[in-house]
Design a protein around this ligand. Structure first.
Ligand code: F3S
Length: 639
């Protein structure tokens, strides 16, 4: 059978099920990654699984999100993660070494392997020919303990790239174009596989920009072939021996396909407050910007920052603009320092931040009130920047750098006539911020600061479940809405009781109090509930508050799995009009839930209105078992 790249890798790792589109499959996981914001919880869960050592080929714990140390909480979390890593056979990437996805691409990614990461942008390593998937921390903990990861066998979408990008147009514009076409829900249960002559013209970091932001499509993942370009990148990273060629077979069958003509592509910008709000740059040109932020796991590679240095060289940032630059890794920063590019950046008046997520996760650099911020990041949800009234636009490093100089959103093709940056033959390799695990983990003591609290666990289902509808939400509710993430809250990622006071606050300032008053209840939502990130806290915190079920028109993939893993039942309206019917404070009861779960639909009784609604239980038998057990940990322990 002729296979695509994605099918080849999945086939090599298939341990449960058949590669039949739409059916559930279990795949073996070779590598895992965590970042600190989801990592503390993932490692608490790993500890509770009772294994001595991780079973994966390579697992890495990164510190890149919660870097500010305005109190002891973040530093305590870092120490905890470092000690767990040492004990359980996990590499530890120290704070300052860089953003998980950038460093993983540079130092760990291996073509043809599988990677599961507790961060939604894990697909970045698809740029090097991996099947790399973002998941909740518990799924990653289970993978570290040797368990399979389960997905619905996705459709494979062929994205044919023709031609070559023009100067001033970049990989970011390719993924923005796909977001313009497919929107934030358009990739659900799909893998975007890149193909065609245009692929050869893109370096690995450029490919990684595209696979990274493929997460915004809601896709399972995105993947490029592993070819000569991949080999050159790995050799330059001193890892030529990790190379393996993986290309789609001639005549491989894709489920869907479309073409992007790179020659015709022009710079694009995603307007506030959604990454699919994409327009040609001409539509937003001349909007005055207050802040320009360059960095994030999407655009902080050596290629990107060298391009930025080239644009800024000898010029000055506009007087009303604050330009911040966060390099993706120590390797990138070190190389910029050695080749003089850093000096060009500093001379322009840019502010250099440390290697990490920084402003992307709202860790500092919140824009001014009502400010316009132009960012090279992948998300611009309302409030994520730390300033709810800010208008955040997303664009390429070229657009960002040129606009920082002019002070207005500016089309870089008018200023850039040169070709692209060539990657070096040898990257600067210095892994002294990556700490290997201990030879004998049993002697390592785990360090837990007082802020690290036990996580809530679901209870097995018994008879009826129900409660009041505590909130009725619209479409595209993000994990940022459910569990806000900002510099004040991030230090409490290992303290669920503390975070509970902030659950769904952007949607209803009284939600936590209502949940407490009524002993939990039910959430009702529109389409694409839980889009945006792998943040398991968006399920853990509602679980702590007693949420039993979420009724929605549809769910984002990772969040739905996180709900199931935590024993909260995700249910889809069979008739969308039933959504309109339900009012906040209606009392819903799902009677005889265990019996009802034998089928594929559940009837909810609206006691207040004396009405009944049919809801789709779109779960596999395995997922139903997890729900019956009250979550994945209970399920695994019971086996
Ligand atoms: Fe970090 Fe932002 Fe990426 S938070 S992992 S840089 S999406």
């Amino acid at each position: 059978m002729r296979l695509t790249v994605a099918q080849k890798i999945i086939k090599d790792h298939l341990s449960i099920g058949e590669m039949k589109k739409g059916t559930e499959i279990g795949i073996r996981i070779d590598q895992t990654l965590t970042q600190d914001s989801t990592g503390t919880m993932a490692y608490l869960q790993l500890e509770s699984l009772g294994v001595d050592k991780v079973k994966t080929k390579r697992s890495v714990a990164y510190i890149d999100h919660n870097m500010l140390q305005t109190g002891p909480e973040n530093a305590d979390d870092h120490r905890y993660i470092q000690s767990v890593a040492k004990k359980y056979g996990i590499y530890f990437s120290k704070p300052g070494n860089g953003i998980c996805h950038q460093v993983h691409l540079e130092r760990f990614g291996v073509p043809g392997e599988t990677l599961l990461g507790s961060d939604s942008h894990t697909p970045t390593c698809g740029g090097i020919g991996m099947i790399a998937i973002g998941a909740g921390g518990l799924d990653v903990a289970v993978a570290m303990a040797g368990g399979e990861y389960f997905i619905t066998m996705p459709e494979i979408v062929k994205v044919e790239l023709k031609g070559c990008l023009k100067p001033g147009v970049s990989a970011k514009d390719i993924i923005l174009e796909i977001l313009r076409r497919y929107k934030v829900k358009g990739g659900v249960n799909k893998i975007f596989e890149y193909w065609g002559e245009g692929v050869k013209s893109l370096t690995v970091p450029e490919r990684a920009t595209i696979t990274n932001m493929g997460a915004e499509l809601g896709a399972t993942t995105s993947v490029f072939p592993s070819d000569e370009v991949t080999y050159e990148f790995l050799k330059a990273q001193g890892r030529g021996s990790d190379y393996r060629e993986i290309t789609a077979d001639e005549g491989a069958v894709f489920d869907e396909e479309f073409v992007i003509n790179l020659d015709e592509l022009r710079p694009l910008v995603a307007c506030y407050h959604s990454p699919d709000n994409v327009v040609p740059i001409g539509k937003v040109e001349n909007i005055r910007v207050d802040q320009v932020a360059i960095g994030s796991c999407t655009n902080s590679s050596y290629r990107d920052l060298m391009r930025v240095a080239q644009i800024l060289d000898g010029k000055t940032v506009a007087e009303h603009v604050s330009l911040t630059i966060s390099p993706g890794s120590k390797q990138v920063l070190n190389m910029l320092a050695e080749n003089g590019a850093l000096s060009k950046i500093i001379s322009s008046g840019a502010r250099i931040l440390e290697c990490g997520c920084g402003p992307c996760i709202g860790m500092g650099q919140a824009p001014n009130t009502d400010g316009v911020s132009l960012r090279t990041f992948n998300r611009n949800f309302k409030g994520r920047s730390g300033t709810p009234s800010a208008k955040v636009y997303l664009a390429s490093p070229e657009v960002a750098a040129v606009s920082a100089l002019t002070g207005y959103i500016t089309d870089p093709t008018k200023y850039i006539s040169e070709g692209d940056i060539n990657l070096p033959k040898h990257f600067l390799i210095n892994d002294n911020s990556i700490i290997p695990p201990a030879e004998k983990g049993e002697n390592v003591e785990i360090v837990k600061g007082p802020n690290i609290k036990p996580f809530p666990q679901g209870k097995p289902l018994t008879k009826d479940i129900g409660g009041k509808v505590l909130i009725k939400l619209g479409d595209n509710i993000t994990t940022d809405h459910i569990m806000p993430s900002n510099a004040k809250l991030l230090p409490y990622r290992s303290n669920i009781p503390y975070l509970a006071d902030y659950c769904l606050l952007p949607c209803d300032s009284e939600f936590p109090q209502k949940a407490e008053k009524f002993g939990g209840g039910i959430i009702v939502s529109g389409f694409n509930y839980g889009q945006g990130s792998s943040r398991e806290h968006a399920a853990l915190v509602p679980l702590y508050l007693g949420i039993k079920a979420v009724l929605a028109k549809s769910f984002a993939r990772i969040h739905k799995q996180n709900l199931i893993n935590n024993g909260i039942i995700p249910l889809i309206f069979q008739q969308e009009k039933d959504y309109d019917d339900i009012d906040v404070m209606d009392e819903l009861v799902l009677e005889n839930i265990l019996e009802q779960m034998e089928g594929d639909t559940i009837v909810a009784n609206n006691v207040t209105q004396n009405k009944r609604y049919t809801l789709i239980l779109d779960e596999t038998e395995r997922q139903k078992e997890i729900l019956r057990a009250g979550g994945l940990l209970n399920f695994i322990k019971s086996r």
